[in-house]
Design a protein around this ligand. Structure first.
Ligand SMILES: Nc1nc2c(c(=O)[nH]1)N[C@H]1C(S)=C(S)[C@@H](COP(=O)(O)OP(=O)(O)OC[C@H]3O[C@@H](n4cnc5c(N)ncnc54)[C@H](O)[C@@H]3O)O[C@H]1N2
Ligand code: MOO
Length: 421
């Protein structure tokens, strides 16, 4: 166990290198795939498009140099139009996505033609005329067979993160399931005799437990299989037993509180007794007591992340350290698991240096006027590590390196809160 206060970037680097994707895989139905990581390559099994089809509502024509055509077919999406044929001078009324008939040289948008009033038996015009001044490019508005995807090619590669677009693409290929990395199982604890679950009355000296539900909701929204481990009392034996039990059925434990130096802070000792404490304390503000470690079981390793109890310290160390490590377990690369980062200009000054690397809760907004395209950051009023309202009014963390005095216009690295802007 190392007791030196680690720098944030060293800690993040070590976490990303020492946490690697779990090797359990499973087949999952499309609707439940968002955020999951593909475990193997997926092939294109159907050409896209499967057949030449119209990109517009209008007319498939034969004869691009002509200015009028005789309408002989009507082809809607879903019709088997590819078996029909156009002779020179003929056209087919056609709709977006419908197969073009044999002999089609181009599709003309309906806005570009006029037609006579006589109607055929389907209610459509019998002749169409190209409007004056319009020209036709060879093959215009025809989406060609296999122009997007060709059967047999690779559709998606392993270790790609699934988004709603991926799910649509898989459905478009007729897939109902995909083989993905198994969900990472996480047990979330809070710790502290003062904590009461929301909904119950508060006694003297008690406060509501904010952190546990904040972390559970966050992890669930990212697709983790989350177990609520409850609140741990400020006692060593039950804490040790709860960690040992959770390690048997989890890939990770996330807990908050009880990792500082007071005699009621039992989490670190409990971890040392049932597993290994790898690092305690970082040179950061907030979040100095952040701790990580591991508990080995015969068939798997459970990673342990102990967040400082102050709610903002929990939030910041979770986003900046614990979550990137857990994202590695889901199958993401070290680069892909890093917190999202941005550059922005300080719209504030800081004359008093802070020795620790600080993650200031800020509002990140685009500059307007003089330097559009630039972003600037301004700290929110409530900066206490106990003040969750500050994190609610902020949308990013601005990193201020140790000892740095900030001048207006200085460039800072910023991390959007919840990795979204
Ligand atoms: N003598 C020292 N005292 C403290 C130090 C230190 O270096 N020397 N570090 C301070 C820093 S920095 C932090 S951060 C906190 C973190 O301490 P713990 O992780 O042990 O957290 P607790 O003491 O259990 O709680 C701190 C604070 O947060 C409240 N809390 C805890 N859990 C929750 C929860 N789930 N929901 C809402 N609020 C929670 C708790 O009631 C305390 O007010 O230690 C400093 N002390
Ligand atoms: O590090 Mo503590 O998290 O400053 O409040």
């Amino acid at each position: 166990m190392a007791n030196d206060l680690l720098d944030y970037h060293d800690a993040l680097h070590t976490l990303l290198e020492t946490h690697t994707p779990l090797q359990r895989h499973e087949d999952v139905a499309l609707a439940a795939l968002n955020h999951r990581m593909l475990a193997q390559d997926v092939a294109v099994q159907h050409n896209v498009p499967e057949f030449d089809n119209s990109a517009m509502d209008g007319y498939a024509i034969n004869g691009n140099a002509l200015t009028q055509w005789h309408v002989v077919h009507r082809i809607a999406a879903g019709d088997a139009g590819a078996s029909l044929t156009l002779q020179p001078g003929q056209a087919a009324r056609i709709f977006t996505g419908a197969p073009v008939p044999q002999g089609t040289t181009a599709v003309v948008m309906q806005e570009k033609v006029t037609h006579n009033d006589a109607a055929d038996t389907n209610g459509g015009p019998t002749h169409i005329h190209l409007q004056a001044g319009e020209t036709i490019q060879d093959g215009q508005h025809i989406r060609r067979r296999a122009e997007e995807l060709r059967a047999g090619d690779v559709l998606l590669t392993a270790d790609q993160r699934i988004t709603p677009a991926t799910i649509g693409l898989l459905a478009g290929q007729g897939y109902t399931h995909a083989c993905v990395h198994a969900q990472v199982r996480v047990t979330v604890f809070s710790s502290g005799n003062e904590l009461v679950p929301p909904g119950q009355p508060l006694g003297p000296g008690q406060i509501y437990d904010s952190n546990r539900i904040m972390l559970i909701a966050w992890l669930q929204s990212l697709g983790y299989a989350v177990t609520d481990g409850g609140n741990l009392p400020d006692q060593l034996a039950p804490t040790r037993e709860a960690l040992a039990r959770a390690a048997g059925e989890s890939d990770a434990i996330v807990c908050s509180g009880g990792v500082s130096v007071g005699e009621e802070d039992h989490l670190k000792n409990a971890l040392t007794e049932v597993g290994e404490l790898i690092q305690w304390r970082l040179f950061i503000k907030p979040g100095k007591p952040f701790t990580w470690g591991r508990i080995d079981r015969p068939d798997h390793t459970c990673r342990v992340f102990m967040l400082p109890g102050n709610p903002v310290s929990s939030l910041v160390t979770f986003q900046q350290l614990a979550l990137p490590a857990m994202q590695r377990l889901t199958g993401l690369s070290a680069e892909g698991a890093r917190p999202m980062q941005w550059k922005a200009q300080a719209a504030f000054t800081r004359n008093k240096p802070e020795p620790r690397r600080e993650f200031v809760r800020v509002t990140l907004t685009p500059n307007r006027g003089d330097s559009p395209g630039q972003w600037h950051v301004r700290p929110v009023a409530q900066q206490g590590s106990n003040m969750l309202s500050g994190a609610v009014h902020a949308n990013a963390l601005a990193e201020v390196p140790p000892g740095m005095l900030v001048q207006e216009g200085d460039t800072l690295t910023v991390y959007p809160l919840f990795n979204q802007i």
